[in-house]
Design a protein around this ligand. Structure first.
Ligand SMILES: Cc1ncc(COP(=O)(O)O)c(C=O)c1O
Length: 481
């Protein structure tokens, strides 16, 4: 919740109290230099014991509620027919308006099954923007991904409240060019992870859905951050200010034929789901579920997580839950902008993002500026960002780098985990880093997996810039920090 203080400033005040805590450790800069070197300058390969503030992702890292933890204790551990599944299916029907619910172990498992069933070689898969695992699954089935984002979606400094919108003219052009039968579905990602967690508007979803339905093209929503997208619609779109999050979500789902989610985000568990009102699609997915995931009533999830997901799905409709990450991210982005840092604006749904091309104009995309910035942020702060740029793109068939549309260092804000003091500290260290940005150099791969290389790839600095940066930091702050 944002409360207004006497001096007029907005405070993202927590509408929960903390009753279980986990110790954090701030290792000194020399230790962090050794850790990031051992990790091949890839923040995925750091151990959490070396991380102070873990901003790698909001996936599976949000704080669960007391009610979710309590629900885990009454989970029904049956292999088949467990009551936990039926409670999840009830929540899915109430909150999403979908009759058929299929749990899967996480979001990419849903992408795998949906790709297997809906994407044929030569198909076109149309979306507002891709996500790494989404693209991998649809392409592995022989599909081609078309991103038809709206004008200005890739401008990092922007006031467009809905950069996740689809460009309807581009959609129509694809239908005209390939014919509707070649388009497997149109996918709307709520919120577009790789371009700054940006939402789409209800008006855009309504128009996309009308165009798709006119041509018999199914509409799919990736609902991983659905409560955040609904919250942005409430705050930013005319006509929705007085509606509840649940009503907004139900209206959104009314424009879709199916949804899938990583339950690790809005529902704050470790799991995923596919849901639809189509009995045909349900039966098709169900048939493959035991091969890849497990029986229908647990789908590869622990039944404790199934039970907690049922609670999380209802809780995400509480405005204080839906806004808990978004309001702190807004504060984070406001602080970065006030400090003159090139943050992605408007604030999005999962993280504060820094534009690495603007931050490090001296580093070309071939030397991975977002990877350099992510490693440098860790080095000077102990906060762990994620690279969302060219390192996160796999090479083309000729073995060439595919330069990403944006080079972002993403600092995720897991819900209800970190405080304003943590955010203020990170912004301060970003400010220091910006003032010393000339010390940061490029990276090159030394070990590179063939697919989704960002997870396990190892890089090395092109010169000894890490050591120089650590020395400059130590000169200003001493060896303890
Ligand atoms: C928008 C979106 N879709 C799908 C996924 C994949 O989900 P998972 O990590 O649960 O496999 C993610 C993960 O971050 C995501 O952000």
């Amino acid at each position: 919740m944002q409360v207004t203080l006497t001096n007029g400033t907005k405070l993202p005040i927590e509408m929960h109290k903390v009753r279980i805590v986990q110790r954090c450790t701030l290792q000194p800069v020399a230790h962090r230099l050794a850790a990031i070197t051992a990790a091949g300058y890839n923040t995925f390969l750091l151990r959490t014991r070396d991380v102070f503030i873990d901003m790698l992702t909001d996936s599976g890292t949000n704080a669960m509620s007391d009610n979710q933890l309590a629900a885990m204790m009454v989970a029904d551990d049956a292999y088949a027919g467990g009551d936990s599944y039926y409670r999840l299916a009830d929540a899915c029907r109430d909150v999403m308006g979908f009759e058929f619910c299929i749990p899967v172990h996480q979001g990419r498992a849903a992408e795998h099954l949906l790709a297997k069933i809906l994407v044929k070689p030569g198909d076109r898969v149309v979306m507002n923007y891709h996500f790494t695992t989404t693209k991998a699954h649809f392409e592995l089935q022989g599909g081609t991904v078309h991103e038809i984002y709206c004008e200005g979606a890739l401008e990092t400094a922007s006031t467009n409240p809905f950069k996740g919108n689809i460009d309807l003219n581009k959609f129509q052009a694809l239908i005209d060019k390939f014919g509707p039968k070649k388009i497997s579905f149109v996918r709307m990602e709520a919120t577009t992870n790789l371009i700054g967690g940006q939402p789409f508007s209800m008006a855009n979803l309504r128009a996309v859905s009308a165009m798709a339905r006119k041509h018999g093209i199914p509409v799919m929503i990736d609902t991983s951050l659905i409560s955040e997208n609904a919250y942005f619609i409430k705050r930013r779109e005319a006509g929705y200010a007085d509606m509840g999050i649940k009503e907004i979500i139900l209206e959104m789902m009314g424009h879709a034929d199916m949804m899938y989610m990583s339950g690790r985000k809005s529902t704050a568990v470790r799991g995923g789901m596919i849901a639809t009102n189509s009995k045909v699609l349900f039966e098709q997915v169900k048939a493959w579920l035991p091969v890849y995931e497990g029986f229908l009533t647990y789908g590869g999830m622990s039944s404790k997580e199934v039970e907690a997901m049922a609670v999380g799905m209802r809780e995400m409709c509480d405005i204080e839950v839906a806004s808990s990450g978004a309001d702190l991210i807004q504060y984070f982005v406001d602080q970065m902008v006030a400090a003159g840092l090139p943050a992605v604006t408007p604030a999005g749904g999962l993280a504060g993002h820094v534009d690495a091309i603007k931050f490090l104009p001296h580093i070309p995309q071939s030397a991975y500026p977002a990877g350099c910035l992510a490693a440098a942020i860790y080095l000077v702060s102990g906060a762990r960002p994620m690279e969302r740029g060219t390192v996160s793109m796999d090479r083309d068939k000729q073995g060439r780098d595919v330069f990403a549309d944006l080079e972002l260092a993403r600092l995720a804000v897991p819900r209800r985990v970190y405080s304003m003091a943590h955010i203020d500290y990170v912004v301060d260290r970003l400010k220091w880093l910006h003032a010393h940005r000339d010390l940061i150099g490029g990276l090159r791969f030394v070990e590179e997996p063939p697919v989704l290389r960002f997870f396990f790839g190892r890089l090395e600095p092109l010169n000894d810039w890490g050591t120089k940066l650590a020395k400059a930091f130590e000169a200003d702050f001493g060896p303890e920090q």
